[in-house]
Design a protein around this ligand. Sequence first.
Ligand code: SF4
Ligand code: SF4
Length: 311
Amino acid sequence: MPMDARQKTNWVKEKLIHLGFSSVSVAKAEFMEPEARRLEQWLNQGFHGEMGYMENYFELRVDPRKLVDGAKSVICLLYNYYNPNSELSSESPKLSMYAYGRDYHKVIKKKLKAFLRELKGEFGDINARAFVDSAPVLERDWARRSGLGWVGKHTLLISKQRGSYFFLAEVIMDLELEYDQSIRDHCGTCTQCIDACPTDAISPKGYVMDGSKCISYLTIEKKGDIPSEFNDKMEGWMYGCDICQQVCPWNRFSKPHSEAAFLPNNELTSMRKIDWLNLSEEQFNQLFEGSAVKRTKYEGLKRNIEFLDLR
Ligand code: SF4
Ligand code: SF4
């Protein structure tokens, strides 16, 4: 007997949880009208800085049916990267927690490919594509629509059960599933992320981020020099920044991940301040083999370390 929508949804969720995803929810694939308006305003204000690629594929970004023919469902996924015991030396410049181990794109993509194979094996030749931070998909908005969490004042997704230290991924497909309900905002009167952000990248009332002021942008995406207005504001971060997540009270619900690929290697944990100051290109390549940090290239990380003026 063919499966009904509920049975298909259960099948999908079980497979993905088995592959290591911490949460799975489903949203209806449809045009994202309010998000399209918000994205347009955000781009018009230049909050994307030099990330010109954010302007590309606008039509595809706001309509999953333009990415996958006949799309009916967007499966939204969380993959935990919370590592409270980083073992990185406390005197070293700081690295965002998501970048400790192997590049998450590779780790998660492999799991999604395995899922797509199983999906097609079970349901035949359906249209389905998997995404992890790699295509024009408004990941955070889909996660919110599917009920995985709400978008906090720091503009990241927060799960009531799991906090915010996770990667987002999606599968868009033409199979109809049962859709989950979105949930309400639970930030309330809290302003801790706004108050703690050292560069005032979050708007005073929250929910809008000036990406061009965020330390993550300045250390990863920004080309050329870091503007001098950010002298003494980097708080020791050489790649990314976790401050707004560190102060968020919902992260008391974060639980350590169990993904071996996300653990820092011994070379990384044994680095001291002096080693970072003298970092050679060869050492950079060894330390960050297969890591997302490669994105900055040696020159970029060196620039970030020098900007911190640690001597
Ligand atoms: S990541 Fe850091 S710089 Fe960016 S908004 Fe959060 S606290 Fe501010
Ligand atoms: S720190 Fe407070 S205001 Fe900011 S995202 Fe977390 S709960 Fe919301």
